[in-house]
Design a protein around this ligand. Structure first.
Ligand SMILES: Nc1ncnc2c1ncn2[C@@H]1O[C@H](COP(=O)(O)OP(=O)(O)OP(=O)(O)O)[C@@H](O)[C@H]1O
Ligand SMILES: [Mg+2]
Length: 288
């Protein structure tokens, strides 16, 4: 198992800093021959599209994040919008990395949806697909988990995957995510959705917890339903919605028999896991 403190969180922090600055880590990308050494992953999410480039050690080298409304309920509904965003991100990454930018990308899909939709977007953006994996399974593989559940609370869905002895034995996805948190906040405060979304993401959002907690109660209930009968010791939380203060403690209360771990910042865990799909290391196979 990879260490959360020493291995994962420094990479997540670096991804967040790179996404915010739009720059890259000069030293990490140098030395890699064209087309080798670097790994590209593209996460087409309900709330955002993230392209991340990693070096051979899984350190983020360059990251692009665009908030976007091209995926709904785990399905790409604005295909051309999605392709345009991916193309723009790739052009921007190529401007920094030149020939070292891989022309092959790993991508993902929420469990239960058709992986070909993401594949079609990547191919329409003139990239080759190096691999495709469902989102919670990607996180389970990245962290080399055993007897664990991964819960990915993104913008549109809550995904659950269970890992046993290096294999994904169960995965599921339900259409409740951060968008529903924003809807609840907008209703309670009588705000337009865009303002509620911005308010929710502010650094001082802890005071909003009592308003949005019922939505997270529902998510925890969804997870509980999916985990019935599963043998797990640890629950890992991923996805941007887990940034909301209070989420870890709520899950710890609902699942007192499990160790609940929330690596920070959780917005970048799934994109990191997707980009790392091609890296050497334990890679559990999804049950087919
Ligand atoms: N600081 C924050 N506080 C609270 N919520 C946040 C914060 N940052 C992002 N979010 C929420 O996280 C969600 C986006 O997370 P993520 O990028 O994991 O989702 P996604 O991959 O786009 O969606 P999905 O996986 O459901 O398709 C949005 O609902 C956004 O409002
Ligand atoms: Mg996601």
């Amino acid at each position: 198992m990879r260490s959360i403190d020493d291995w994962l969180e420094p990479r997540l922090a670096r991804a967040a800093a790179l996404a915010a600055s739009g720059e890259m880590v000069a030293d990490a990308a140098n030395g890699a021959a064209p087309g080798t050494g670097l790994h590209l992953g593209i996460d087409l999410g309900t709330s955002d599209v993230v392209s991340m480039v990693l070096d051979a050690q899984g350190n983020p080298v360059a990251v692009r994040l665009d908030w976007a409304d091209v995926v709904r309920d785990g399905v790409v509904w604005d295909f051309f919008g999605a392709v345009q965003i991916v193309r723009r991100q790739i052009e921007s990454l190529a401007a920094q990395l030149g020939e070292r930018l891989p022309r092959r990308a790993a991508t993902s899909y929420p469990p239960g949806t058709d992986p070909r939709i993401s594949v079609n977007v990547i191919e329409a953006a003139e990239l080759e697909v190096s691999g495709v994996i469902d989102e919670p399974s990607a996180v389970a593989a990245l962290l080399q988990l055993d007897r664990a559940a991964v819960v990915d609370i993104g913008g549109g869905t809550t995904g659950v995957a269970v890992v046993q002895q290096g294999r994904i034995v169960y995965s599921g996805d339900e259409p409740t995510g951060g968008h529903h948190v924003t809807l609840t906040l907008a209703g309670a405060r009588n705000l337009p959705l865009t303002e509620a979304e911005a308010l929710k993401r502010r650094a001082d959002n802890a005071a909003l917890w009592p308003v949005v907690r019922p939505v997270f109660d529902k998510m925890a209930h969804i997870v509980d339903t999916h985990l019935q009968g599963q043998q797990v010791d640890t629950l890992y939380l991923s996805g941007g919605s887990c940034s909301m203060p209070g989420v870890r403690d709520l899950f710890a209360q609902v699942f007192p028999h499990l160790q609940v771990i929330l690596p920070r910042p959780p917005l970048f865990l799934t994109p990191l896991a997707i980009a790392a799909h091609g890296l050497p290391g334990a890679r559990p196979q999804a049950e087919t």
